[in-house]
Design a binder for this molecule. Structure first.
Ligand code: PMP
Length: 406
């Protein structure tokens, strides 16, 4: 039934292939700048202190069992996840025109949104994604039968936003197209539109009757401020858009493997809004049932414990600034060192870009040389995970970059 012509050997996922090569490397000086996961100054995974506390609270609660969560997830989790994303005073929440459903982290949320659109969306069934974007976006939409098309995003010369190209492509897309946007801390480029630019984009999206879908995987990681990192999404909602949001707690809680996420659908204001959202919720529940039946408990319990307790919430915000602050200081250190060395090119983009990643501008060949000659691992598009840099290795990395660029 499955000869090669029918089921060819698929290539290995490039990111996970990179991880494997890094693990196999025996050099004590090796540096991993591949995977987008936070590391501390000793290049070790960091369990957030507030997560440890929440874990302790959960473990000491004799009431907790391992029964199924409701299909839509743990209500104390989804309601707070919505407040975190939309703002507690969001018109969409006050007017009961938002619905939230717990998912298998951000990937599961994007997937559930994709599945919902594949089943019900009657506009142009093409999803416009940034060039470049998180590579999984293409697979997730294509797998449910929605082809993707790219809009310009990254300007190779300025290593910043190609705003004119982006606007022209979104304006040029057929009316009622689905436009996927990263809410903040764009992966892989680290380049975000400013709020003024978001406003212009909203205007074009409204004119062209497009449908916005936000992917929010890094709230709190870009600026260190949760509300600020949600400002694009909140602006679109204030403007009355009907839209979808995929929300991940992998990065901002350091709960990568626990798969805590949430999907939100918002309808436009109006008399029908609440009944519309109730219908949407009923269909989302059916999709969820056939996909996973019930979402997992543990990660959502951790997040819910923190989001529902003001003292723990405040501590979480501190943990977030520890992470974003360390990343920002590594950006400064890297740029400073490259400029001190006089490495050819300009390096301001390292500090201009934000969030977990930086698009360095290194070529595929230079990336390969870094790996072969200096045991430094990054994706071949020149993206580095800033969290892989620390006070012990940033100089070595800068010297290695200087060596391959000069
Ligand atoms: N969207 C984007 C843009 C991402 O970068 C990621 C994480 N790499 C995700 C979604 C989903 O991550 P997860 O499923 O681990 O929450």
């Amino acid at each position: 039934n499955f000869p090669t012509e029918v089921v060819p050997q698929a290539p290995e996922d490039p990111l996970f292939g990179l991880m494997r090569a890094y693990k196999a490397d025996q050099s004590p000086d090796k540096i991993d700048l591949g995977i987008g996961a936070y590391r501390d100054d000793n290049a070790k995974p960091w369990v957030l202190p507030v997560v440890k506390k929440a874990d302790e609270i959960l473990r000491n609660n004799p009431e907790l069992d391992h029964e199924y969560a409701p299909i839509a997830g743990i209500p104390s989790f989804t309601s707070k996840a919505a407040e975190l994303m939309l703002g507690a005073d969001s018109p969409a929440l006050l007017e009961k025109r938002a619905t939230s459903i717990q998912t298998i982290s951000g990937t599961g949320a994007v997937h559930l949104g994709a599945l919902f659109l594949a089943k019900f969306y009657k506009g142009n069934r093409k999803v416009y994604v940034s060039n470049p974007t998180w590579v999984n976006h293409h697979q997730i939409f294509n797998n449910v039968g929605l082809p993707t098309e790219s809009y310009p995003y990254f300007d190779k010369n300025t290593k910043g936003l190609d705003f004119e190209g982006m606007k022209a492509a979104i304006r040029g897309a057929p009316e009622h197209s689905i436009i996927l946007m990263h809410a903040c801390a764009h992966n892989p480029t680290g380049v975000d539109p400013t709020l003024e630019q978001w406003k212009e984009l909203a205007e074009i999206i409204r004119e062209r009757k497009h449908f916005p879908f936000f992917d929010s995987a890094y709230q709190g990681f870009a600026s260190g401020n949760l509300a600020q990192d949600a400002s694009a999404v909140r602006y679109f909602i204030e403007q009355g858009f009907e839209l979808l949001i995929a929300q991940s707690f992998a990065k901002n809680f350091g709960l990568y493997g626990e798969r805590a996420g949430c999907f939100h659908a918002i309808t436009s204001p109006g008399e029908e809004a609440t009944t519309t959202i109730t219908r949407l919720a009923s269909q989302l529940a059916i999709l969820q049932r056939s996909e996973i039946s019930n979402p997992p408990l543990y990660g959502a319990r951790i997040v819910s414990t923190v989001l529902n307790d003001p003292a723990l919430f405040a501590e979480w915000e501190e943990n977030l600034s520890t992470m974003s602050g360390r990343i920002i200081s590594m950006r400064k250190a890297l740029r400073g060192k490259l400029e001190e060395l006089g490495t050819p090119g300009t390096w301001n983009h390292i500090t201009d870009q934000i969030g977990m990643f930086s698009f360095t501008g290194l070529t595929e060949q230079q990336v390969q040389r870094l790996r072969d000659e200096t045991h430094i691992y990054m994706t071949k598009n020149g993206r580095i995970s800033m969290a892989g840099l620390n006070i012990h290795n940033v100089d070595r990395f800068a010297n290695a970059v200087h060596h391959v660029v000069s």
